[in-house]
Design a protein around this ligand. Structure first.
Ligand code: HEC
Length: 142
């Protein structure tokens, strides 16, 4: 008798502990902590893997577009084919990423026919990721 009573009591105790754990998990769920954490972990891991390798990072085209305005590129370049100080950049997407990148970081390396070396070379000092984003944005210009 005593043994089975003890067994029942300990089972009840175990059930109570279970219920407590379940309750505390339930209170965490509405805060959204339980579900998003694994998802964030995965994307963080993916991003960390990507930083060492510029290509698969998935550059931020929106940032590239903002930088194009913010850095003054748009003061010299139209995004259609019309000439400003520099050539219109429509169709630049046909060029390689490398060509576009060099055009930004070392403009004098390969001058576009009919244009003088008027583009500042200071863009070489931009953050790598901003250059990536600019290139990705220019790649959207057909
Ligand atoms: C002061 C004016 C000026 C500014 C500012 C400027 N550029 Fe230029 N850019 C030029 C000129 C002029 C050329 C053509 C001569 C040459 O190739 O360097 C050119 C060439 C280019 C080319 C090559 C175009 C082609 O058809 O091959 C790209 C790409 C380019 N610029 C991107 C940019 C980006 C991106 C920015 C901003 C980060 C920028 N430029 C800022 C004047 C400018």
């Amino acid at each position: 008798m005593n043994r089975s009573k003890l067994a029942v009591v300990s089972m009840l105790a175990a059930a109570a502990v279970f219920a407590l754990v379940a309750c505390s998990e339930d209170t965490e769920n509405p805060l959204g902590t339980t579900t998003p954490v694994p998802a964030e972990d995965t994307s963080t891991a993916a991003n960390q893997g990507d930083t060492s390798d510029p290509e698969p990072t998935g550059p931020d085209i929106t940032n590239g577009k903002q930088k194009f305005k913010g850095l003054g590129c748009s003061g010299c370049h139209n995004i259609d084919s019309s000439k400003l100080v520099g050539p219109g950049l429509a169709g630049i997407s046909a060029k390689s990423d490398k060509y576009i990148r060099t055009s930004i970081t070392d403009p004098a390396a390969e001058l576009v026919d009919g244009y003088a070396n008027l583009m500042p070379s200071t863009f070489a000092n931009l953050k790598e990721s901003d250059i990536d984003d600019l290139v990705a944005y220019l790649k959207t210009l057909n």
